[in-house]
Design a protein around this ligand. Structure first.
Ligand code: BGC
Ligand code: MG
Length: 534
């Protein structure tokens, strides 16, 4: 596989900034663009190559920016277009690339198009940009089909004149009709707008969703009795045993959109990229998004859906490489993001969860392709408990009755920078952030961990620095060594990686240890620990 020097993303480490929760410059308790700009030196020193910034466009914030009312402006909550320009300029000065988030599946219900659609009659061109349909049943009072919203409840909402509109997410996020050419033209304009301002790439939200099967037929609910949500779905493991019927996801027509975008990006420069968020059902369908004339990368969520197990990790690594290799794309690896429980908590929480999280991170960072990190994981943050009355995630608000799942707020708590009490330097003064931070985060601040040899932050800094010594030159081949149920061993170029997922210490293989996720007392590799040897 050849890697053009322009294709910087092929071995990049990309850090996800969740705008609301990274750094607040004006003390209103919500993170913002000037806050990010002020902290860019931190990201450079951490050793990442790029940042992906979650949506900061004009938005009523019903889904914290994933409900966009104006794709070509900045929400005043986060700053201004001039602040976006300043962020891009400063990042580039520091040698960091910037990926912006693009939300093409749906708009906000406050977008001018949707307002116009509501103000216009059924059958009008204004309605034809969305998926308005008549209902079923007596007086059309039943939704047009049986689809469910990813956030719970019916995927349809009725408007006063009796028609229904489709929303695969919240009712404030109406789905666009991508069969209408106006929609594609609008998004080409949006791409060009941000490229011209200097964006290095796009993270494409719900990339597998844009087209629905044209008939909008009912979903066939499988024998197991469960409709697939096509999203953040634990069923989407590497080896999918039974495929669900998904007329709302992953339709073949979507690939023409990405062929068009590929040309737009190429026209601007070979150094611009796009990464798909596509919760497809199989590795092969994921790979289709990264064919040479489509997008450059797709998030590989299989690791994030796999437990702490050497066999599981092995399956994820071999399955991923087998899927993306044939299309020539670079693999990606993700352990955490703003939609899932933080990996230290998924692996059991406490000291053991953290040890495992660090080991999984070190393992991921040795692999070919790029790694996506989520803000706060470098501090060892765990999922926070957010009290019911403070929760804001629409996925929780729509479902709240009778479910155990507390929603996604717990991984979105503003990160602690300094000091001993909230807001831990997140913003100036004592103003409290939009979601309260746990009082016991004092030891986890950037300040508290800096210079502390075995802190999680110093571990990340050391691992990222060590990665730079081989990531660009070690090639894309991974040789898995052995089939031990407890210990995963693999070699990539000059580097051997050993991860102990078992319960007993194991002998260190020969070689010089040049990175470790934890201490190695007595010259053995303890459980829940990974090392790099050369
Ligand atoms: C984003 C979510 C968002 C959803 C709807 C996603 O996959 O990552 O945070 O709620 O798309 O836009
Ligand atoms: Mg602010």
């Amino acid at each position: 596989m050849t890697s053009s020097p322009d294709h910087w993303w092929r071995d990049a480490v990309i850090y996800q900034v969740y705008v609301r929760s990274f750094a607040d410059s004006d003390g209103d308790g919500v993170g913002d663009l000037p806050g990010i700009t002020s902290r860019l030196p931190y990201l450079r020193d951490l050793g990442v190559d790029a940042l992906w910034v979650t949506p900061f466009y004009t938005s009523p914030q019903k889904d914290h920016g994933y409900d966009v009312a104006d794709y070509q402006d900045v929400d005043p909550l986060f700053g201004s277009l001039a602040d976006a320009d300043a962020l891009l300029a400063r990042a580039h000065e520091l040698g960091l690339r910037v990926i912006v988030d693009l939300v093409p599946n749906h708009t906000s219900d406050e977008h001018v198009w949707f307002r116009a659609a509501l103000a216009s009659a059924p059958g009008s061109p204004e309605r034809a940009r969305y998926l308005f349909r008549e209902g079923r049943g007596k007086d059309g009072s039943e939704p047009p089909n049986n689809w469910e919203s990813v956030f719970g409840g019916a995927a349809w909402t009725r408007v006063p004149d009796g028609e229904w509109y489709l929303h695969l997410f919240d009712s404030t996020q109406p789905d666009l009709d991508w069969r209408n050419p106006e929609v594609g033209d609008m998004f080409e304009g949006v791409l060009r707008f941000w490229l011209a301002r200097g964006a290095d790439g796009f993270r494409v939200d719900v990339a597998h969703g844009l087209f629905k099967e044209e008939s909008l037929r009912d979903q066939v609910i499988t024998a197991s009795g469960k409709a697939s949500s096509g999203h953040v779905n634990p069923d989407h493991s590497m080896v999918k045993r039974e495929l669900s019927d998904e007329p709302m996801w992953d339709q073949p027509e979507v690939h023409d959109v990405y062929r068009r975008w590929h040309k737009v990006l190429d026209e601007v420069g070979a150094d611009r990229m796009a990464v798909a968020e596509a919760w497809t059902q199989t590795p092969e369908s994921m790979a289709a998004f990264v064919r040479p004339d489509e997008l450059d990368q797709a998030f590989n969520f299989s690791w994030l859906l796999t437990g702490w197990s050497a066999d599981g990790f092995r399956e994820v690594i071999t399955g991923t490489l087998a899927a993306v290799g044939p299309v020539g794309a670079s693999p990606t690896w993700v352990l955490s993001n703003h939609d899932v429980v933080r990996h230290a908590t998924r692996y059991g929480g406490g000291p053991q969860g953290l040890a495992r999280a660090r080991a999984a991170t070190l393992t991921m960072l040795a692999l070919p392709g790029s790694s996506y990190l989520y803000q706060g994981e470098e501090l060892g943050l765990e999922q926070a408990d957010v009290a019911h009355e403070l929760r804001q995630d629409p996925a929780w608000l729509r479902r709240r009755e009778g479910i155990d799942d507390p929603g996604r707020d717990g991984c979105r708590v503003p990160i602690p920078w300094s000091g001993t009490q909230p807001p831990f330097g997140f913003g100036p003064g004592k103003g409290q952030p939009w979601i309260p931070q746990p009082a016991d985060w004092a030891a986890l601040t950037v300040e508290a961990q800096t210079g502390v040899e075995c802190s999680t932050l110093e571990f990340y800094r050391a691992a990222l620095a060590a990665r730079r010594t081989f990531a660009g030159t070690a090639g894309d081949e991974v040789e898995i060594i052995g089939e031990d149920h407890d210990v995963l061993t693999f070699r990539r170029g000059p580097v051997t990686v050993v991860v102990n997922c078992g319960t007993a210490p194991v002998q260190l293989p020969a070689g010089e240890v040049f990175a470790a996720s934890g201490e190695l007392p007595g010259g053995v590799l303890p459980p829940d620990t990974a090392i790099w040897l050369r």
